[in-house]
Design a protein around this ligand. Structure first.
Ligand SMILES: Nc1ncnc2c1ncn2[C@@H]1O[C@H](COP(=O)(O)OP(=O)(O)O)[C@@H](O)[C@H]1O
Ligand SMILES: [Mg+2]
Length: 332
C-alpha cells in the first residue's frame, strides 16, 4: 500500500512539475499583435497563448494565416504588440528561434530539377551535416515519408502528395521543437491528405509541437487539440473542436422524404420541447416525412462565428461581407 501511495505521489509530483513547466513557458505567445501592408490592416490585435501540442489556425483565404506564420517564423516583422516563440523575441532573437523551429510554406519549396534524395542531401549539407550524415538522414527520411522508391527521380515527376511529403521531410532534417505548416494539404487528393495527416500525427506523438494553418474544417477537426479561428485578421474563437461546436448550441433536425433524401434541415435549441414543436410542424406539412437529429459540425461553428462558410476554393474578395446568415440559422 505504501508503495502504491509513493507512486501516486510521484505521479502527482511529475504531473505537477510538468504542468507548471508548460503553463510557465508557452510555445507561442501573442499580445496585441498587429500587422498591415501599405496601410491596410491584415492582423488586428491578436492575443494568443499556446502550449505544446497540435494547434490549427483555421480561416478562409485572406484571413491573415500566412502573415501570422511569417511573423512567428521570423520571416517578417510585426508592426505592434508582443510576439514570443519558445519564450524568444523574433525582433531580437530570430537566430535562436530559427535553430529550434522549422517551417513548411504554403507552396512546396523543393527544387524540381533535383531528385528527392538530392534535395534532402543538399538541405542537410546546408544545415551543416557532413556528407555521409546528410546521405544517411536523407535515406531515413525518404523511407519514413514513403518516397524511398522515388528518391532517385527528379522532383518534376512527383505528384502533389509526394512533393508535400518531401517538403515535410526537408523541414525535419533537423528535428524541430515547433513545426509550422502553412496549409499542408491544400490541393491534395483525399488519399494524400490522409497520408499526410498520419505523418503529422506521428510527429506530434513524438513530441513535436505543430502549428498548422488550414482552410479545411475537417483537417482542424482531425488533427488539432486546439483550434483558433481567424477571420478578417481577428481571432473570432478558440478552443477544442468540441468546444467550438458547442458554441453553435442545439442540434439540427433533418427532414427526410420517403426515399431517405434530406429535404430540409431545421435548427433547434436541442430541447425536447423545441424538437417536439418542429417535429409536429413537419408532420403537419406532409405525411410520410421522417426526421433525424444531426449534431453541429465544425462547419456549423464556423458559419455561426463568422457569418459565412469557410470554402477553400472561394477567394476572400468574393466572400459576402454582410451579416446575413447563409443557410441555417440557429434558433435560440
Ligand atoms: N507582402 C504583402 N504585401 C501586401 N499585402 C499582403 C502581403 N502579404 C499578404 N498581404 C495581404 O494580407 C491579407 C492576408 O493575406 P495572407 O496572410 O496571405 O492570408 P491567408 O494566408 O489567410 O490566405 C491579404 O489581403 C493579402 O493580400
Ligand atoms: Mg496563406
Amino acid at each position: 500500500m505504501q508503495r502504491a501511495g509513493f507512486f501516486v505521489y510521484a505521479a502527482h509530483y511529475v504531473c505537477h512539475t510538468q504542468c507548471m513547466m508548460y503553463t510557465e513557458s508557452p510555445v507561442l505567445e501573442l499580445a496585441g499583435v498587429s500587422k498591415g501592408y501599405g496601410g491596410e490592416p491584415v492582423l488586428r490585435g491578436l492575443d494568443l497563448s499556446l502550449g505544446r501540442g497540435v494547434h490549427a489556425l483555421l480561416g478562409p483565404n485572406g484571413a491573415g494565416k500566412t502573415t501570422l506564420i511569417n511573423i512567428l517564423t521570423t520571416l517578417v516583422p510585426h508592426d505592434s504588440g508582443t510576439v514570443r516563440v519558445l519564450g524568444l523575441d523574433p525582433a531580437t532573437q530570430a537566430g535562436r528561434i530559427r535553430h529550434r523551429i522549422s517551417v513548411t510554406g504554403q507552396f512546396a519549396a523543393v527544387d524540381e530539377v533535383l531528385t528527392g534524395r538530392e534535395n534532402l542531401v543538399l538541405m542537410g549539407r546546408l544545415l551543416g551535416l557532413r556528407p555521409a550524415a546528410a546521405r544517411a538522414r536523407a535515406d531515413e527520411l525518404l523511407e519514413r515519408f514513403e518516397i524511398a522508391t522515388a528518391g532517385g527521380r527528379r522532383v518534376a515527376t512527383y505528384s502533389g502528395g509526394m512533393r508535400r511529403r518531401l517538403d515535410l521531410a526537408i523541414s525535419l532534417i533537423w528535428p524541430p521543437e515547433v513545426l509550422f505548416l502553412d496549409e499542408p494539404t491544400t490541393g491534395l487528393d483525399t488519399r494524400s491528405r490522409i497520408a499526410l495527416w498520419d505523418q503529422i500525427r506521428t510527429l506530434a506523438a513524438e513530441g513535436t509541437s505543430v502549428f498548422l494553418t488550414t482552410q479545411y474544417l475537417e483537417e482542424a477537426d482531425q488533427l488539432a487539440e486546439q483550434i483558433t479561428v481567424l477571420d478578417g485578421g481577428r481571432i473570432v474563437a478558440q478552443g477544442s473542436a468540441g468546444h467550438l461546436k458547442s458554441l453553435v448550441g442545439g442540434a439540427f433536425l433533418r427532414v427526410l422524404d420517403g426515399s431517405g433524401t434530406v429535404v430540409q434541415e431545421v435548427a433547434t435549441d436541442g430541447s425536447a420541447a423545441d424538437l417536439a414543436r418542429v417535429s409536429a410542424e413537419v408532420a403537419a406539412t406532409a405525411p410520410g416525412l421522417r426526421v433525424e437529429l444531426r449534431q453541429p459540425t465544425l462547419d456549423d461553428a464556423f458559419l455561426h462565428l463568422t457569418g459565412h462558410r469557410a470554402h477553400p476554393t472561394e477567394d476572400s474578395a468574393d466572400r459576402p461581407d454582410d451579416n446575413a446568415p447563409h443557410g441555417l440559422e440557429v434558433a435560440r
